[in-house]
Write a protein that binds this ligand. Structure first.
Ligand code: NAP
Length: 281
């Protein structure tokens, strides 16, 4: 039976450390502040924004929710972002995606000051990550690396397989693992013989978005570390990309869904708010 990587517990401990740091800043009269901009009334986005707001408040980070109506124009949104960029009391800025169709999210993400870009999606931050010089790194990949490190297993020299190549998860995770000196393979929908890559992997990060994409039928190294990023629904139940029950006895470490990567993402958002504050100082 694998050791379960308890994302909830790791997130809790990380949040305690973040809160301690926040309180130290507050003692010095600096109030770490995150501004989250939500455009429109997408229910899922509203719920994500509320979770981020709640987590910030619980950890003494000042959270400002800016709710703009669905008809907000691209120009109006850019004006708001510029106002936040110029506000010395705001350390981190996040624009909740997806944006309404009439707004070009690529243009918007480029308008956020790279030093306040707590999502790490600005092209300058993406570039910095790929040259190994990143300060603000996307939250989910940062959380994934933290979970892998929590196992205590050495990453250097290991075969890491990242399944999925999205800009928000797959590619940044692959870059982070490369920086840790893993030998990284990125698989995607056109990859042939994925089973062979799975068989040879010491670390598998699955960010595909297909319920139970990796099954007990796959062969694994018994020493493998599996991080399941998938958030999928099967029979109204939240499940990962990995068929947890049928894989857990075949590997050394596995992160569950829920309770694995999920709790780490908002935790890393708070960590990035502190990083942004430190960049600005
Ligand atoms: P995405 O943009 O849809 O990317 C999915 C990737 O999987 C693509 O690169 C795709 O390849 C690849 N893929 C699809 N079918 C495949 C197959 N049969 N074999 C190999 N690769 C295949 O998704 P995402 O935004 O990265 O998210 C992935 C999952 O992570 C989703 O379930 C999402 O909900 C979850 N997620 C969780 C968190 C969290 O905090 N827990 C955060 C972000 C995302 P191509 O590029 O060739 O199409």
């Amino acid at each position: 039976m694998a050791i379960i990587i308890d994302g909830k517990e790791i997130a809790k401990k990380t949040r305690e450390k973040i809160k301690e740091k926040v309180l130290l800043y507050r003692e010095k009269g600096i109030i770490p502040t995150l501004a989250v901009v939500l455009v429109g009334d997408n229910r899922a986005s509203m719920s994500y924004v509320n979770s981020k707001h709640k987590a910030c408040l619980e950890n003494e980070i000042n959270s400002i929710k800016i709710e703009l109506n669905e008809n907000t124009t691209e120009e109006q949104l850019i004006e708001k972002i510029e106002q936040l960029n110029n506000d010395k009391n705001i350390h981190g800025i996040l624009v909740q995606l997806p944006l309404p169709k009439h707004i070009n999210s690529e243009i918007i993400l480029q308008k956020i000051s790279p030093n306040k870009d707590v999502d790490g999606f600005h092209p300058i931050n993406v570039g910095n990550l790929s040259v190994g010089n990143a300060k603000l790194i996307p939250c989910t990949p940062l959380g994934i690396l933290s979970l892998i490190k929590s196992t205590g297993e050495i990453i250097e020299g290991k075969n890491a397989l990242v399944i999925g190549r999205s800009n928000i998860v797959g590619k940044p995770v692959a870059n982070l693992l490369l920086q840790e000196n893993a030998t990284v393979t990125i698989a995607h929908s056109k990859t042939k013989n994925l089973e062979q890559f799975i068989e040879n992997a010491d670390i598998i990060v699955s960010c595909v978005g297909i319920a139970h994409f990796i099954t007990g039928e796959n062969n694994f190294k018994s020493s493998a570390v599996i991080i399941d990023v998938g958030n999928n629904y099967k029979n109204d139940k939240l499940v990962g990309d990995v068929d947890f029950d049928n894989v857990k006895d075949k590997v050394a470490y596995i992160s569950p869904v829920p309770g694995g990567v999920g709790p780490m993402t908002i935790t890393m958002l708070m960590q990035n708010t502190l990083t942004a504050l430190e960049i600005e100082k």
